[in-house]
Design a protein around this ligand. Structure first.
Ligand SMILES: Cc1ncc(COP(=O)(O)O)c(C=O)c1O
Length: 387
């Protein structure tokens, strides 16, 4: 009887003022998700005979057949709760990284673990230190958690400036975030540079090394550090199944860190996360060496193909250690012009204003035919621009 309309009418008649629920300032300042077209529907209604979505650094090769089979099998057990401690998957990951299960945390994507790091370690006033022009989720999460975020500028080569980051570390620093290789620039911190940097950071400061693109970086450079092998009480390395493993949609990531860090994260983890399907998919994906090999090979060839063609078009690219390449287009206007022209030709890439790099575009390495389409359309746009 007292439905919403009735209550509204009574309030109107009584001329009472609505008082909105008050939000904390940091939440009120955030932008809510604006529903628009799903990325896969971006070309809906257009008559392109070929399209390429090269915007999110996914693995366009698809999902490992072994993971698909495991997902199908796990689907029949969906009525069950998942193992809250994720034993089977953590055991496999421990073996992969030459460590013990108590040093492995799994989560709902590596960003789920990052979010729990903020929840577990930060007290009011504690600061995070990192670089500008890096993984955008960190900016969002610091705002969400009311964490002051100090960012050093990138170097001229679009790499993390470790000296400048070190200069920002102070009495209020709780953690330092390093993205290696960096999304969106693709630049890598070498083994030697990372170790020298870590030595200078006091032990009471948490060091988060985000290695979302580790599998690609390791295949591209012997200088890639693999921070999972650094055994220090204050270091956690984050990895994901969303990129090379091709499981972005199931949401699965993991961290390798000290027992203290893992214990702490276990305290704040939502009990039944990740899902039974994600845990099964991850275990099977780890066994699919052939899929990983194909992924790595495709990426190497795709990068070389991009570099060759971008050079010919005199486009300014940053050599990458991930599955994407960043182009410096000089101005935001030019970056957006090229972005829109590509979109109008069936190719979707990532503009980087949200990453504090408005004059740049990030282009994922896709299937060979997708890379060819990008190059073909980019050449058309460059010719158009000249005329
Ligand atoms: C550097 C970096 N870290 C983490 C992630 C997110 O990983 P996940 O899908 O596991 O949350 C991404 C995805 O784009 C990334 O680029």
């Amino acid at each position: 009887m007292f439905d919403d309309t009735f209550c509204l009418n009574v309030r109107f008649l009584l001329n009472t003022q609505f008082k909105m629920i008050e939000l904390p300032d940091n939440i009120a300042a955030l932008q809510s998700y604006k529903p628009g077209k799903a990325v896969e529907d971006i070309f809906e209604g257009k008559n392109f005979d070929r399209t390429a979505i090269l915007s999110s650094n996914e693995n366009n090769l698809g999902t490992s057949p072994k993971a698909v089979a495991a997902i199908q099998e796990a689907a029949t057990n969906s009525y069950l709760y998942p193992d809250p401690s994720g034993m089977k998957l953590r055991q496999k990951l421990a073996a992969k990284h030459n460590t013990t299960i108590d040093k492995i945390i799994i989560g709902n994507g590596s960003d789920g673990i990052l979010s729990n790091i903020f929840k577990a370690f930060f007290r009011p006033g504690d600061e995070l230190v990192s670089s500008a022009g890096s993984f955008v989720a960190v900016n969002v999460m610091t705002k969400l958690n009311n964490i002051p975020y100090k960012q050093a500028p990138l170097t001229k080569e679009y790499a993390f400036d470790l000296e400048a980051i070190l200069d920002l570390v102070g009495p209020r620093t709780k953690a330092v975030y390093l993205c290696n290789p960096n999304n969106p620039t693709g630049a890598m911190i070498s083994n030697r540079a990372l170790k020298a940097f870590i030595e200078k950071i006091p032990e009471h400061i948490l060091i988060i090394v985000d290695e979302a693109y580790a599998e690609f970086a390791a295949s591209l450079s012997s200088e890639f550090p693999d921070a999972t092998q650094i055994e220090l009480p204050n270091v956690i390395t984050l990895r994901t199944f969303s990129k090379a493993f091709g499981l972005a949609g199931v949401r699965l990531g993991y961290g390798v860190g000290s027992q203290f860090i893992v214990d702490t994260l276990m305290k704040v983890k939502l009990t039944f996360n990740p899902s039974i399907i994600a845990q099964a998919a991850g275990g099977a994906a780890l066994d699919d060496a052939a899929f990983m090999q194909e992924t790595i090979e495709m990426n190497k060839k795709g990068l070389a193909y991009y570099y060759k063609n971008f050079s010919q078009m005199q486009l300014n690219y940053v050599p990458s250690f991930g599955n994407f390449v960043m182009l410096d287009m000089s101005t935001e206007e030019r970056a957006m012009y090229v972005f829109n022209q590509l979109l109008n030709r069936g190719v979707f890439v990532r503009p980087l204003a949200f990453f504090q790099l408005p004059h740049c575009l990030r282009i994922t390495v896709g299937l060979p035919e997708e890379c060819q389409l990008l190059v073909e359309k980019m050449a058309e746009v460059m010719t158009l621009e000249k005329n």
